[in-house]
Design a protein around this ligand. Structure first.
Ligand SMILES: Cc1cc2nc3c(=O)[nH]c(=O)nc-3n(C[C@H](O)[C@H](O)[C@H](O)COP(=O)(O)O)c2cc1C
Length: 159
């Protein structure tokens, strides 16, 4: 397999761009995420690829919940706030105003819409990213506008 072509081809797969929120033992965190898709209608489920070496993955394993914050086309700057590993974690998020969702995971005040999930399965033992399967237990919408995608930003995560 040609590694350059693999990278070019895999990067053509369209993705959204989100901020995922996590919570465990009274602490919250959030990270920019793009490897995400719906995985079931009944019950409604999402699957998200999460770096096994991230702080958020450890919190997902412990807290078994996550939120998904959808951003508008003009909100790339918010996604940019959550691309670096968090330093110190507390009961509030640095970098953006948020509130606590039903699951305990943080919901960004400026998100155009959000989804809250309870984790039902964590799999993909071979991968450097785990597949986190979540059942959608709540959703909300602040603005009915098109959501930010990875392609809108010119950023890459894949290959
Ligand atoms: C454009 C972009 C997309 C990303 N998508 C994902 C993703 O889908 N899953 C993931 O685990 N990390 C993704 N990341 C990396 C995380 O945002 C990054 O590892 C974050 O620093 C983890 O923070 P934490 O250690 O505080 O959890 C992405 C980064 C960028 C720049």
């Amino acid at each position: 397999m040609d590694a350059e072509i693999r990278k070019t081809v895999l990067r053509k797969i369209p993705h959204g761009l989100f901020v995922a929120g996590v919570a465990h033992e009274g602490k919250v965190n959030a990270f920019t995420a793009t490897w995400l898709t719906q995985a079931s209608f009944h019950p409604p489920m999402l699957v998200m690829g999460v770096r096994r070496d991230s702080k958020s993955f450890a919190m997902i394993e412990g807290g078994r919940v996550f939120s998904l914050n959808l951003l508008g086309k003009d909100q790339q700057d918010i996604a940019g706030e959550f691309v670096k590993p968090s330093q110190e974690m507390s009961d509030t998020l640095p970098g953006a105003a948020s509130r606590t969702g039903k699951t305990g995971a943080p919901i960004l005040e400026d998100a155009i819409a959000w989804v809250e999930c309870e984790v039902r399965e964590i799999t993909n033992p071979m991968g450097d990213h785990a597949l986190v399967v979540g059942e959608v237990i709540d959703v909300g919408q602040r603005l009915d506008v098109p959501a930010l995608t990875l392609m809108d930003t010119g950023w890459h995560y894949g290959g």
